[in-house]
Design a protein around this ligand. Structure first.
Ligand SMILES: N[C@H](CCC[C@H](N)C(=O)O)C(=O)O
Length: 264
């Protein structure tokens, strides 16, 4: 096996409701961001560390830190909600922040707070939800298709997700969420992720999109939903202003699972 690095770079592995990420402290810019093949190899579950994505924590003159997120195919992604919660835990573990932060990501600034095991991440306001026959499309930092499915447990998420991602949204694509109501303000969600090109155990911007789409559809429902994913439970809170969605919070756990060195 050819060595990946000639110098020691620490890496950490975090997961948030089963959406897992390689996390690297890149405040000294040691990690090269342009090596798509290397990032894809590190994320490979057989030939690398294995993860749904890789996230760099970088310095920023105005914010506590900058989040740079890559999907497991090595390409830079749009916003990642679970990754956003994980990088807040990482910044706390590195001693950069305590229980509150403001950081910058690809879709703009985010605030977050930590209370016990839970990390609340503020998402960007959402101004628009497209309603199509039987589905919704909206951008919560990443593009999301949302569709209700009755038999969600046995649904072929990977096959149908891939079909919708390419047939409806072309080369640029979209993430694809399938949702089943599970009571008054609870939903079960399964997501096909663009850039991973597979079902993941959970997708933060995806469950946020589902919560807003379901609220938009039902109109008179509470502004807090519990979302069950394959990897655990998330909460989405928000305020409908009558014109757009504001004060959107994605709430859930994020854990460090191991650390190591990128060296062979
Ligand atoms: N897992 C991520 C979604 C990443 C979006 C990414 N797949 C893209 O479309 O670039 C989340 O928790 O929000």
């Amino acid at each position: 096996m050819t060595p990946i690095f000639t110098m020691d770079i620490n890496f950490y592995k975090y997961q948030g409701t089963g959406n897992d990420f390689i996390m690297i402290d890149n405040r000294q810019s040691l990690f090269s961001k342009n090596d798509t093949k290397l990032i894809a190899r590190l994320c490979d579950r057989r030939f690398g560390i294995g993860a749904d994505g890789l996230i760099l924590l970088e310095s920023d003159p105005e914010y506590d830190f900058r989040m740079v997120y890559f999907n497991s195919d090595g390409g830079e992604g749009s916003m990642c909600g679970n990754g956003g919660r994980c990088i807040v835990a990482f910044a706390r573990d590195l001693g950069i922040i305590r229980d509150k932060t403001r950081f910058i990501a690809v879709d703009g600034p985010h605030e977050a707070s930590i209370e016990g095991d839970l990390i609340s991440l503020k998402m960007q306001d959402v101004n628009n939800i497209d309603r199509n026959s039987g589905s919704f499309f909206l951008d919560t930092g990443s593009p999301h298709h949302v569709q209700e499915i009755t038999e969600l447990e046995s649904y072929p998420v990977k096959e149908e997700g891939a079909r919708i991602r390419y047939d409806l949204y072309g080369e640029k694509g979209s993430n694809v969420n399938f949702v089943k109501p599970e009571g008054e303000n609870q939903f079960f969600v399964r997501t096909y992720e663009r850039g991973v090109e597979d079902e993941t155990y959970s997708c933060g911007t995806g469950v946020t999109a589902v919560a807003l789409a379901m609220h938009g559809k039902r109109n008179d429902h509470p502004e807090e939903y519990v979302i069950r994913t394959l990897g655990g439970e998330l909460k989405v809170r928000f305020r409908w202003t009558g014109d757009h969605y504001a004060e959107i919070y994605l709430v859930g756990p994020a854990d460090q699972v191991f650390k190591g060195k990128l060296v062979c």
